[in-house]
Design a protein around this ligand. Structure first.
Ligand SMILES: CC(C)(COP(=O)(O)OP(=O)(O)OC[C@H]1O[C@@H](n2cnc3c(N)ncnc32)[C@H](O)[C@@H]1OP(=O)(O)O)[C@@H](O)C(=O)NCCC(=O)NCCS
Length: 211
């Protein structure tokens, strides 16, 4: 009797990004930038820009992660400090980008969960997002992860010949503001951790930290 092989279910892995992911991440990012979604970049980003940003974040124990579907990068996400001033050192802001061919498949949700867990584990206490007010998908995603709307910034952006509004959303991480924070580890100049050097990285979203 002939047996029809059952195709294996696609496997999605969310992991710390590597330099090898940068080309795919840049392609995803460029897609959205050219449609006015995401941050405005004064100059076109190139791979070295993204590689440098990746390393900076991982050196600060901030997650920079890729979603890989059957070996292909279909999304990425990262967190950066909310502000440079030390008073705000426990607050991060984040971005998530999913490949346009793979929307509404749960990838954004997995990237968000990974970011939240990694930032909480690294000792950060508040997570902030600025979302274009017209970006219904992103607003819904954030709402479903418990982000509260903390502000509305009218005409705060100007992209592609029009003013854009942003919604500020915030969510506590870990114990939030209910306890004082633990000191954050000093940022490291990672010599040769796997993730920062373009190796396999760790699965916990936080680059290995040189002692
Ligand atoms: C916003 C974005 C990250 C969501 O990723 P995604 O993989 O499509 O989202 P998911 O499939 O994981 O869905 C997560 C939630 O998003 C919302 N969502 C997803 N598809 C949606 C749609 N078509 N319409 C409205 N809401 C939608 C839902 O709340 C959904 O939760 P649910 O499935 O429990 O209802 C993705 O659309 C994207 O990359 N957009 C462009 C870049 C961007 O705007 N990034 C956000 C800036 S922080």
């Amino acid at each position: 009797m002939n047996e029809t092989p059952i195709p294996a279910a696609p496997t999605l892995i969310v992991r710390t990004s590597t330099d090898a992911d940068v080309e795919a991440m840049l392609a995803i990012y460029s897609h959205y930038i050219h449609r006015g979604i995401g941050d405005y970049e004064p100059e076109p980003l190139d791979e070295d820009d993204i590689k440098r940003r990746r390393k900076n974040m991982l050196n600060k124990r901030l997650p920079h992660v890729a979603a890989e579907l059957d070996g292909v990068v279909v999304g990425y996400a990262y967190a950066v400090p909310f502000r440079k001033r030390p008073a705000y050192r426990y607050a991060v802001k984040h971005s998530i980008y999913v490949h346009p061919d793979h929307l509404s498949a749960g990838i954004g949700r997995q990237l968000m969960q990974f970011l939240i867990d990694a930032c909480a584990a690294a000792g950060y206490r508040q997570m902030i997002g600025y979302i274009d007010a017209a970006n219904e998908r992103s607003l819904r995603l954030h709402e479903s992860f418990g982000f509260a709307r903390a502000g509305y910034l009218p005409a705060i952006g100007y992209k592609f010949g029009r003013w854009t509004d942003s919604v500020l959303v915030i969510r506590p991480l870990g114990e939030g503001s209910s306890t004082p924070p633990a000191p954050l580890p000093k940022k490291t100049k990672a010599k040769a951790p796997a993730a920062a050097a373009g190796g396999t990285g760790t699965e916990d979203g936080v680059a290995p930290v040189a002692s």
